[in-house]
Design a protein around this ligand. Sequence first.
Ligand SMILES: Cc1cc2nc3c(=O)[nH]c(=O)nc-3n(C[C@H](O)[C@H](O)[C@H](O)COP(=O)(O)OP(=O)(O)OC[C@H]3O[C@@H](n4cnc5c(N)ncnc54)[C@H](O)[C@@H]3O)c2cc1C
Ligand SMILES: NC(=O)c1ccc[n+]([C@@H]2O[C@H](COP(=O)([O-])OP(=O)(O)OC[C@H]3O[C@@H](n4cnc5c(N)ncnc54)[C@H](OP(=O)(O)O)[C@@H]3O)[C@@H](O)[C@H]2O)c1
Length: 465
Amino acid sequence: MEQQTIGTEQRPLRIAIIGSGPAGFYAAGGLLKQKVVSVEVDMFDRLPTPFGLVRGGVAPDHQPVKAVCKTYERTALKPHFRFWGNVEFGKDVTKQELFQHYDCVVYAVGAQTDRQMGIPGEDLKGSHSATEFVGWYNGHPDFQHLKFDLSAKRVAIIGVGNVAVDVGRILAKTPEELAATDIADYAWQALKHNQVEEIYLIARRGPVQAAFTPVEARELLHLEKTDTVIAKSELELDVASQTVLDTTHDRCIVHNMEVMEHMPHEPGNKPCQLNLWFKRSPVEIYGKDGQVAGLKLVHNDLIEQDGRIRAKATERTEDLPVDLVFRSIGYLGVPLPDVSFDDWKGIIPNQEGRVIDQETKEWCEGEYVVGWAKRGPTGVIGTNKHDALDTIKHLLDDYNGRPSETSEKFRPEAIEDLLRSRKVRYVTYSDWQKLDSLETEAGQKKGKPREKFTTIEAMLEALGK
Ligand SMILES: Cc1cc2nc3c(=O)[nH]c(=O)nc-3n(C[C@H](O)[C@H](O)[C@H](O)COP(=O)(O)OP(=O)(O)OC[C@H]3O[C@@H](n4cnc5c(N)ncnc54)[C@H](O)[C@@H]3O)c2cc1C
Ligand SMILES: NC(=O)c1ccc[n+]([C@@H]2O[C@H](COP(=O)([O-])OP(=O)(O)OC[C@H]3O[C@@H](n4cnc5c(N)ncnc54)[C@H](OP(=O)(O)O)[C@@H]3O)[C@@H](O)[C@H]2O)c1
């Protein structure tokens, strides 16, 4: 058999991307846009629906953010791109099988779970992760069955990142404020009867170290039924934080402080109050009859250590009676079968996107990683673009012009044959477009951008699969 060169029209470079969130789509976009190497890109997702956290994470009242999917759609409609939804890596198709059909695999699987605080009481009824609540109100099939006791009057949210702010804001809004969003219908119905009167956003460090961003903080000032309150004492800065504020070039810190200084310092007349608390860490979630009854908090001092300002517990403690707790202290990657993983960082270990073996530190040939699976769970949608393009540059450098060892990788139908033989009910991009139209039509009838399918069964049924 005549040996062919990879990356030519006769023998395109064949790439499988696992995950269809922003990172996966930016990687696909980068591969299909360049003109030097002929490529064929197949994207797999465990859900029948594409777009990862843009569909299942971004808050329903942040519709303009979701417009980024139009860019992803342009990539999806290019020749040499195929979408295989409802196909889970490690279950429906293994790494070994993929390498029989593709030259390389790009992992774009994000961070699929949440970090635990490791304190007593985390498993009590009424203690949840933000990941669960966010997945629930966004109609993610993994979370649609969950129940949250929204008769709760007092709610604590641990962490002050943008996810914590999302959770607080969704709880703080009226049903009318949420009506014209793509919130899952069951979540809207449940939130309609939401009895929450007091919400506490609790940070272990100070306002200068707050992880939320100014635009999101500012939104808390314009809530119909909720006053956002920050006591003046919460804004008193220690010397180190004051120095950071005085010398920083980070506009986010400066603007955050400006927004917080403009927040009311005293409670107003609205029926619900969202309080920002700083320099406190939960040390226990205590319960009554197995149900969350409150938080034991320790007050922190801030100390400078290794160039970072850290929280150091003092002797002072405080009890905060609450009925519900959401921990929002960050997402966490989960290992994929047969793929290198750094348990400590919760990422796929890599050097500039080339996956490396966690033990030997050698490159796992043909394996690449992008997005949250590469860097950890930080960064907005746009952050994933340059990150994915960096990885793709290495991939193209590594493979362009290599001699091809096998002709099987050149048979694009092979993966379809495999999935069919296994009776995997895969969803193509045109199937997704049909689901998309059904969702938007159903939404229009209710004055919403879309009414989501929230179970995989309902999606497959609508597609007649
Ligand atoms: C609650 C929340 C709200 C956010 N809001 C905003 C916002 O308003 N604006 C903003 O700019 N950024 C926002 N972000 C950040 C943004 O969503 C992330 O930067 C981005 O989604 C990360 O992209 P990713 O592709 O790495 O991961 P993801 O978006 O998580 O995509 C991973 C994909 O991989 C798939 N997958 C996982 N495992 C497998 C498997 N075994 N087999 C096949 N497929 C698999 C998943 O189904 C998913 O589709 C938000 C994040 C969160 C958590
Ligand atoms: N609208 C938007 O643009 C939007 C919306 C949602 C998410 N996002 C992005 O998505 C990414 C993830 O957001 P995120 O909110 O999950 O993470 P994040 O920004 O990293 O915030 C995590 C928060 O949890 C705190 N925390 C961590 N460990 C803790 C512990 N053991 N005890 C108490 N507090 C703890 C952190 O405090 P320390 O700082 O002290 O560690 C921080 O306040 C971010 O980049 C975010 O900007 C963007």
